[in-house]
Design a protein around this ligand. Structure first.
Ligand SMILES: Nc1ncnc2c1ncn2[C@@H]1O[C@H](COP(=O)(O)OP(=O)(O)O)[C@@H](O)[C@H]1O
Ligand SMILES: N[C@@H](CCC(=O)OP(=O)(O)O)C(=O)O
Length: 378
């Protein structure tokens, strides 16, 4: 750890998968339309993380604000149909803007518009999850927003903080980074309290945070209240949340280096424990593996990862990232976990030592079939 690193920020330093949310307050040049230069800089930062092998999924607001400018509207409408129209016009500009900037780095983007239904309906949730995982695996940067044009008032997330947290859950991201127009969460709204002090760290589920977090500005929607709630949601799957200013130079890389920037809100449980709890409750089982006695023993006694060498047979049809159940040779359930290889690939490597994976499959995704962080012993 170097001088600028702060203890407690290890979860960010080690993050392999990030959800970065950029808010309307930041994206839209004080209501003058999308801030193309600023967007270009965030894209440069995301591309730099990407080049280091860190997966980044972007949740970007700004459609309504950009659409308003294109339509020549000076005041944000309150009628839902007008907001929907503005979002439809503005989403085009937003997509175009990101696509152009990511193309400078040779990166593809994918536009994903989600509604509440997509994440609460089990089937659509799993579809969204596998589409996002596939895109990330293809090294495409997903750019997500709420599908404002088809949602009605009652079901809309409204703010993208909540959407960002749900996406962090969906992808079991290590961290949710919320970039906004303030340095972080203060002990009072700094717009109305110049004496307000920045809170550097806290627990995502601390009930006292809700009391200090107020509403949003003219362009943004949720303010800090929704960011604090988003941190609690993200914590359910073990993600830490950082709330920081998008105007800080190189903010993403600095956060990932562990620099004490913005506000860090940590999950109650250790990330791995929270993540396992989440995994246990959330995912549909797609297949099963039969383990030999040695593998059963190390899973139960040492909490080890499951290597292909300890697996005797498999059934079901699953893809990388799906949940499977592990059983002993007598049919007793031993563990559940997320596989690193789909059933078609896994079949070829069962019973084989990990150093042979690359020669059998032509590539190696990981030496283990299920990593211990993704494994729940039953
Ligand atoms: N305790 C607080 N600390 C910091 N900002 C706060 C706090 N309470 C309310 N706010 C307001 O939240 C705003 C950021 O939220 P919002 O306008 O929704 O932005 P975004 O579009 O980035 O989500 C700030 O500009 C600030 O006025
Ligand atoms: N989906 C909306 C985003 C709503 C919004 O402004 O959210 P936030 O940035 O969280 O305050 C849009 O693109 O305009």
């Amino acid at each position: 750890m170097n001088d600028t690193q702060s203890p407690g920020r290890e979860a960010l330093i080690n993050a392999q998968r990030l959800v970065v949310k950029i808010g309307s307050a930041l994206l839209t040049n004080d209501g003058r339309g999308l801030d193309d230069a600023a967007i270009g800089e965030w894209v440069d930062q995301i591309a730099a993380l990407h080049a280091r092998g860190i997966q980044v999924v972007l949740v970007s607001s700004g459609a309504v604000a950009a659409g308003m400018v294109r339509l020549g509207w000076r005041v944000r409408p309150s009628a839902v149909h007008e907001l929907q129209a503005a979002a439809a016009v503005g989403q085009n500009s937003l997509t175009e803007c990101y696509e152009g900037h990511f193309a400078r780095h040779g990166l593809l983007t994918a536009q994903i518009l989600l509604t509440h239904d997509d994440l609460s309906n089990r089937k659509r949730y799993l579809n969204a999850r596998s589409a996002l995982r596939t895109l990330v695996g293809l090294r495409v940067v997903p750019v997500i927003n709420e599908n404002d044009t088809v949602v009605t008032n009652e079901i809309r997330f409204g703010d993208n903080d909540t959407l960002g947290a749900l996406v962090a859950n969906l992808l079991e991201a290590d961290a949710l980074v919320i970039l906004t127009d303030q340095e972080g969460l203060f002990d009072a709204d700094p717009r109305s309290n110049p004496q307000a002090r920045l809170l550097s760290e806290g627990r995502a589920e601390d009930p006292r945070l809700a009391a200090v977090a107020g509403g949003g500005g003219a362009l943004g929607r949720g303010g800090m209240a929704t960011k604090v709630r988003a941190a609690a949601l993200a914590a359910r799957s073990g993600a830490v949340t950082a709330i920081a200013s998008g105007r800080q130079p190189n903010v993403l890389a600095r956060l990932i280096q562990g620099e004490r920037l913005g506000t860090l809100l940590r999950p109650e449980r250790a990330p791995i424990a929270a993540r396992k709890r989440w995994l246990a409750g959330q995912l549909q089982v797609r297949g099963s593996l039969v383990l030999d006695a040695g593998a059963v023993k190390v899973l139960r006694k040492r909490g080890s990862s499951l290597l292909p060498v300890g697996v005797k047979s498999l059934s079901g049809s699953f893809v990388r990232g799906d949940m499977v159940v592990c059983m002993d040779e007598q049919g007793e359930r031993v563990a559940k976990g997320l596989v690193n290889y789909g059933s078609n690939e896994a079949r070829h490597i069962l019973g084989k030592p990990s150093h042979q994976i690359a020669s059998v499959l032509g590539y190696m995704e990981a030496p283990e079939l299920i990593h211990r962080d993704n494994l729940i012993v039953l």
